[in-house]
Design a protein around this ligand. Structure first.
Ligand code: NOJ
Length: 567
C-alpha cells in the first residue's frame, strides 16, 4: 500500500498539553515549559504530529490561563518566551508542530485593553468591550450573572465566563485588527496553528435581549444570543484573509464551539469557505448530563454511537471532524466512557482509543489518556481547585436547594479537575511530575499507572496508542475511508466499517465486561472473505479473536480491527 502524504494535515494526530499539569521542572508544584521540553522525545516516540498547548501566556490565573493579560508573553509561572521558542524549535526538529490556544472571546480584566476600557466612558478603548447602563439577565458559564458593575464608571460589563474574563467586542474593527496582528506575530515566530477558545461566541446579537431565567433563578442561559452569531462566519473569513491566506505552510485551525450544530459546522469547515479546518463539537459529551454538568444521567451506548455517526455523515465530503473523548474540561475518558476498574481499565482505555482514532477526522489525545489515566478518588470540597466546580458548589450552598453530599459525588465524576491531575510519569511520590507539592493531588494509582512502566511494554495503553497512530500514518483508509455504522441499536457493541476504493477496515468493540456473541449484519457480497482478513489491531494484546467475522465472540472490552483489500 502506498502511504498517505505526510504533508496532508488530515492525517495528523494532535496531542493536547495542559501545561500546569504536564511536568514541573523547578519543583514549585506547577508544570512549566522546561518540563515539557524534558518530554519532547516521549511525544515523538508516541508518534503524534502536532502539540496543542493550552495557554501559557501572562495571566492572573483566575481560570488557569484562559484569562490572558498579555497575549505576547509567557507567564513566569510557565517560563519565558525563550523557553517557548526553544519548544517550537525542538518540536520542529523532530517533525512535530505547535498549535497555540487562542483565547480571544475575552481577555483578563488585568489586560491593558480592559484596564484602559474601564478607566472612563470616553476612553478610546471603551468600545473594545461590552458596556451597558443596565445588565441583562444572562447567566455566565461559571454560574451567576454574566454582567458585573464596575464602580469606576457605574456601568456593567459583559463576561460570559468569570468576572475576570470580560468579553471583547468583536463588532469593533480595531479589536479584530489587534487580534489578527497578534496572531501574525505568533505565526512569524514559528507557531503552526491555533486552537480557538469558544470561537463561536465572538458574534453576539447586539441588541442583547433578555433570556428566560432558570426556574427559581434571576438568571438563565442565553446561548441563543451568542452561539454561532450573525457575524461569526464573516469574522472568521476576515481572520483567514488577514492572518492565514498566502502563508507557505498550512496553518492548522480548530475552533472550540459549544452548542455548534452540524449545519453550522459544515459552513465553518468547508475548505471552499476559508474559515477553519475543523471544530470541536459538544454533542457526544452532553449525553450524560442534564440541566447542568453535575446533573448526571446514565449514558446509553446507542446514543453515543449515534452522536458520533451523525457528525461523520453530516460532515462527510464537505467539512472535517475533530475527534475527542477527553480534554482539560472533561473528566477522564476511561472513567466516563470505559471501565476504570482494575480488571478492565487497560482494555477499555485501548478500546476507547481504537474506536475514536478509527472514526474519520483528526484525533486528539489528551495528556495522560495514552497512559489510561483515570479519575481520582476525590471526596472532599478541599480536593477541588477548578473555578467552574467551586462556583457551582458555592452557588448551590448559598441557595440551599441542592443535596451537597450528592453534589460532591457528582463533582468527583464530572469536575474539570479530574482531567487536570498531574501526568503520571513514574511511581515515585511526586509521580515524576514534581519534586515539590503538586498544585492538585496526584492520583494515588500512579504507583501502577505511569509512563515508566508502560513505554516499551507491548501490552500497555501507551504502546496501543503508538500502534494506532502508526496505523493512521501508514494506511490511507484511516484518513480517507467512508464511515458506516453497523448495529446502531446494539446496547454494548460498537462496530463500523471504513472504506476506500482500495481497502476496508472492520472495527468491532465490546463496550461491556460481558463476553458477547453476535453476527455482524454484513451484506452477503461482503461477508465471505472477512474470515480470512488479518487482524491489524486488538485491545487484548497477544490474544487471537475467539471467532473470525462475521460471527463474533468478543471478550470483555475486547476490540478488534480487521483489514482487507478491495478489488
Ligand atoms: C473553554 C476552555 O476550554 C475552558 O477551559 C475555559 O474555562 C473557557 N473556554 C473560558 O476560556
Amino acid at each position: 500500500m502506498s502511504g498517505p502524504d505526510p504533508q496532508d494535515w488530515r492525517r495528523w494526530v494532535v496531542y493536547q498539553i495542559y501545561p500546569r499539569s504536564f511536568a514541573d521542572s523547578d519543583g514549585n508544584g506547577v508544570g512549566d515549559l522546561r518540563g515539557i521540553l524534558a518530554h519532547v522525545d516521549y511525544l515523538h516516540e508516541l508518534g503524534v504530529d502536532v502539540v496543542w498547548l493550552s495557554p501559557v501566556f501572562r495571566s492572573p490565573m483566575d481560570d488557569n490561563g484562559y484569562d490572558i493579560s498579555d497575549y505576547q508573553d509567557v507567564d513566569p509561572l510557565f517560563g519565558t518566551l525563550a523557553d517557548l521558542d526553544e519548544l517550537i524549535a525542538e518540536l520542529h526538529a523532530r517533525g512535530m508542530k505547535l498549535v497555540l490556544d487562542l483565547v480571544v472571546n475575552h481577555t483578563s480584566d488585568e489586560h491593558p485593553w480592559f484596564i484602559q476600557s474601564r478607566s472612563s466612558r470616553d476612553n478610546p478603548r471603551r468600545d473594545w468591550y461590552w458596556w451597558r447602563d443596565k445588565p441583562t439577565n444572562w447567566e455566565s458559564h461559571f454560574f451567576g450573572p454574566a454582567w458585573t458593575r464596575d464602580d469606576t464608571t457605574g456601568q456593567y460589563y459583559l463576561h460570559l465566563f468569570s468576572a475576570k474574563q470580560p468579553d471583547l467586542n468583536w463588532e469593533n474593527p480595531e479589536v479584530r485588527q489587534a487580534v489578527y496582528a497578534m496572531m501574525r506575530w505568533w505565526l512569524d515566530r514559528g507557531v503552526d496553528g491555533f486552537r480557538m477558545d469558544v470561537i463561536n461566541m465572538i458574534s453576539k446579537d447586539t441588541s442583547l435581549p433578555e433570556t428566560r431565567p432558570r426556574p427559581g433563578s434571576a438568571y438563565g442561559p442565553a446561548g441563543q444570543y451568542f452561539t454561532s452569531g450573525p457575524r461569526n462566519h464573516e469574522f472568521l473569513q476576515e481572520m483567514y484573509r488577514e492572518v492565514f491566506a498566502g502563508r507557505d505552510a498550512h496553518v492548522l485551525t480548530v475552533g472550540e464551539m459549544p452548542g455548534v450544530t452540524i449545519r453550522d459546522a459544515v459552513l465553518f469547515t468547508d475548505p471552499a469557505r476559508h474559515e477553519l479546518d475543523m471544530v470541536f463539537q459538544f454533542q457526544h459529551v452532553q449525553l450524560d448530563i442534564g440541566a447542568n454538568k453535575f446533573d448526571l444521567l446514565p449514558l446509553k451506548l446507542p446514543d453515543l454511537k449515534a452522536a458520533m455517526a451523525d457528525w461523520q455523515h453530516g460532515l462527510a465530503g464537505r467539512g472535517w471532524n475533530s475527534l475527542y473523548f477527553g480534554n482539560h474540561d472533561q473528566p477522564r475518558s476511561v472513567s466516563r466512557f470505559g471501565d476504570d476498574s482494575p480488571a478492565h481499565r487497560v482494555a477499555s482505555a485501548k478500546t476507547l482509543a481504537t474506536v475514536l482514532h478509527l472514526h474519520r477526522g483528526t484525533p486528539y489525545v489528551y495528556q495522560g489518556d495514552e497512559l489510561g489515566m483515570a479519575n481520582s478518588p476525590f471526596t472532599a470540597l478541599a480536593d477541588f481547585r477548578d473555578i467552574e466546580t467551586l462556583s457551582f458548589y458555592a452557588g448551590a450552598e448559598a441557595r440551599g436547594d441542592v443535596d451537597l453530599p450528592a453534589l460532591l459525588l457528582a463533582m468527583a465524576r464530572m469536575s474539570r479537575d479530574q482531567a487536570r491531575t498531574p501526568v503520571q510519569w513514574d511511581a515515585s511520590p511526586g509521580a515524576g511530575f514534581t519534586t515539590g507539592t503538586p498544585w492538585l493531588a496526584i492520583n494515588p494509582d500512579h504507583t501502577q499507572v505511569n509512563a515508566a512502566v508502560e513505554v516499551g511494554d507491548p501490552g500497555s495503553v501507551f504502546e496501543h496508542y503508538r500502534r494506532l497512530i502508526a496505523l493512521r500514518h501508514q494506511d490511507p483508509v484511516v484518513t480517507d475511508g467512508d464511515f458506516e455504522l453497523l448495529l446502531p441499536d446494539h446496547p454494548t457493541i460498537w462496530a463500523f466499517l471504513r472504506r476506500t476504493a482500495g481497502a476496508e477496515l472492520l472495527v468491532a468493540a465490546n463496550f461491556s465486561a460481558e463476553v458477547t456473541a453476535l453476527r455482524l449484519p454484513l451484506a452477503a457480497s461482503q461477508a465471505g472473505d472477512w474470515a480470512a482478513a488479518p487482524v491489524v489491531l486488538t485491545s487484548l494484546t497477544g490474544e487471537t479473536p475467539l471467532q473470525p467475522p462475521p460471527d463474533l465472540k468478543l471478550r470483555p472490552w475486547e476490540s478488534v480491527v480487521w483489514r482487507r483489500a478491495r478489488s
